[in-house]
Design a protein around this ligand. Structure first.
Ligand code: CTP
Ligand code: CA
Length: 226
């Protein structure tokens, strides 16, 4: 069963995990980010280490302790996260649990932005696309076994499948982030994992620690079969 957790099954493997939000500076005192807590990525890092893997956890700004036997690299922006991941290669398995900011301000203002003293105008911020960390790593010639998360508020299966294909993934974890109490910034989660054959495996709602151990056991199975 998915939750009977065999210790040692990732011994000798290097697992790279991204976690948490990224933060994109607007000026010296302001940034764009999101509500990701990092809990799912940290729970996956802990479970992978328990399974015997060498684990590198590349984390955006979060308030979580580092799990035992996990090497943690703290980053701020999406571009930093990509560079830290590339520096951590090679890895056998990549699990991208980070909520990467899709856009960043085109330029970081060198001084704190000031409101105009003589108008009530709004502010237009020019944003540019950030690199896709998961797609970049999963499309390399030496690509790891690649697992993504699809955080969706609607059309979960369709959008998750699209991400599986366009990012060249082995597995995608479809994560409903619209239902209160699960997913984003919550203690619990409930997910489906979809493979390249479009087969879907459901993991019922439970704490993120338990879901993480189930997911790591499932990923280890599929990695062995790949
Ligand atoms: N991801 C990433 N780098 C990005 C954006 C996303 O590595 N710049 C990864 C996430 O960690 C996740 C997967 O890609 O594993 C899907 O992220 P998600 O935000 O759901 O999808 P996007 O591809 O960004 O598409 P959209 O936000 O438009 O749904
Ligand atoms: Ca996104």
């Amino acid at each position: 069963a998915a939750d009977c957790f065999a210790g040692g099954r990732l011994t000798g493997r290097h697992v790279l995990i991204t976690a948490g939000p990224t933060r994109e500076d607007i000026d010296p005192v302001r940034y764009i980010s999101n509500h990701s807590s990092g809990k799912m990525g940290f729970a996956l890092a802990e479970a992978a280490a328990e399974a015997g893997a060498r684990v590198t956890l590349v984390s955006g700004p979060v308030h979580l302790p580092t799990p035992d036997r996990v090497e943690r690299i703290d980053v701020i922006s999406a571009r930093d996260m990509l560079a830290a991941c590339e520096a951590a290669l090679p890895c056998d398995i990549l699990i991208a649990a980070a909520a990467v900011a899709d856009y960043r301000p085109q330029a970081v203002a060198p001084q704190k932005l000031k409101k105009s003293p003589d108008s009530d105008d709004g502010l237009i911020l020019q944003l540019v696309r950030n690199p896709d960390i998961l797609a970049t790593l999963a499309q390399r010639a030496d690509r790891p076994f690649s697992v993504g998360f699809a955080a969706e508020t609607e059309n979960l299966r369709e959008y998750a499948l699209r991400k599986l294909k366009t990012k060249n993934l082995d597995l995608i974890v479809a994560n409903d982030v619209a239902t209160p109490g699960i997913g984003f910034n919550s203690e619990e989660n409930a997910v489906s994992v979809i493979d390249r054959a479009q087969r879907e495996t459901r993991f019922a709602r439970t704490g993120k620690g338990k879901i993480a151990r189930q997911l790591i056991a499932f990923i280890a199975d599929r990695f062995d079969q790949a």
